[in-house]
Design a protein around this ligand. Sequence first.
Ligand code: COS
Length: 377
Amino acid sequence: MDFALTEDQLELQEMVREFVEKEITPFAGEMDRNNEAMPGLMDKAADMGLLNLIVPEEYGGPGLDSVAVATIYEELGKGCAGIATSIAANALASYPILLSGTEEQKKTHCDLLNEGGLAAFALTEPNAGSDAGGVATKAVKDGDNYILNGTKAFITNAGVADTFLIFANTRKTGGIRGLTAFIVPKGTPGFKVGKKEDKMGIRPSYTCELILQDVVVPASSRVGREGEGFRIAMNTLDSARPFVGAVSVGLAQAALDIAVKYSKERKQFGQPIASFQMIQAMVADMAIKVETARLLVQKVCWMRDQGMNFTKEAAMAKCYAADVAMQVTTDAVQIMGGYGYSREYPVEKMMRDAKIMQIYEGTNQIQRLVIANKILY
Ligand code: COS
């Protein structure tokens, strides 16, 4: 068993760490207040090759393994979980095509990502969140085309994406057997971006509603067969959930580092608060959680890279690391007291950012359901 990252993975980690420290961390507070990314930041991320991380070499990408990608997302999570989310959404929206698309679809999509394009994954609807099979958006076959009608909610990158993976139902009666995936480029007539959400955290990431009114797409834009959409969505979420875990680990590590530094500087009762055993116990528990979450994320990524079945472990890594991010950022605020609660320090933002890790890409309740189902049945 080898827990060490390879030379290549270490080099990538170092490169992304430098990028994050220069381009993301110093602006995280400003982006949070402005509710958007710094102008040009996503272009810089594209130049760094961060938008096509999962594109295989045969389609002109870096062909990174999942362990390397998770290592990069952890670094991004340290700087700003909102920016990490926008970048990771590209992977989420690409897996349906990489896993089930035609050669033509893969080539076109990967070319777009290689050129710095952004993608969005649109499954969730106002009335279909955890119940992914309850999608009400309809796709009706009309000759060589499909006509799509419906509304999507909470879609990451919606305001900025060039292409969208839309899940719609091709059966009149609905249900998971009718769920079907389609590629819809931005600007398609009848396809509109709705209101931008005013969120508690991950504020620089665009989260919007999508409205589809008689959107006509050719049958060639269907990904997989009619009715295959639920399996495609589940396979995609299996692959993407470990990366939510990786961002959560980065977020937790960053909050721990800030709290540790503060505890050595802050003096009460004539000595640094780090010398008090109650603070020491908190720091130790926080460090144990971050390290175990990282190990679980790395293990599931390794399992995926080995071609093993990893559905249960993906849910475990996402669920555990998200809970760790919530606990560790909350404890960081606690250690820093009133200063932690103030916008003067970044940990209150980290605590707000951590909350979404327990909610998106399947709530932690859904992850526990997936884990229990795998264990019991
Ligand atoms: N990989 C491949 N196939 C899967 C799968 C997986 N991980 N999980 C389920 N399936 C298949 C099952 O094998 C089953 O197929 P058959 O009917 O052919 O046997 C089918 O999908 C239905 O599975 P299941 O009965 O488990 O579905 P449920 O509706 O009971 O529950 C949950 C599925 C709740 C786990 C699913 O709806 C889910 O993950 N919801 C959360 C959605 C989510 O993450 N939303 C966030 C939006 S994206 S940011």
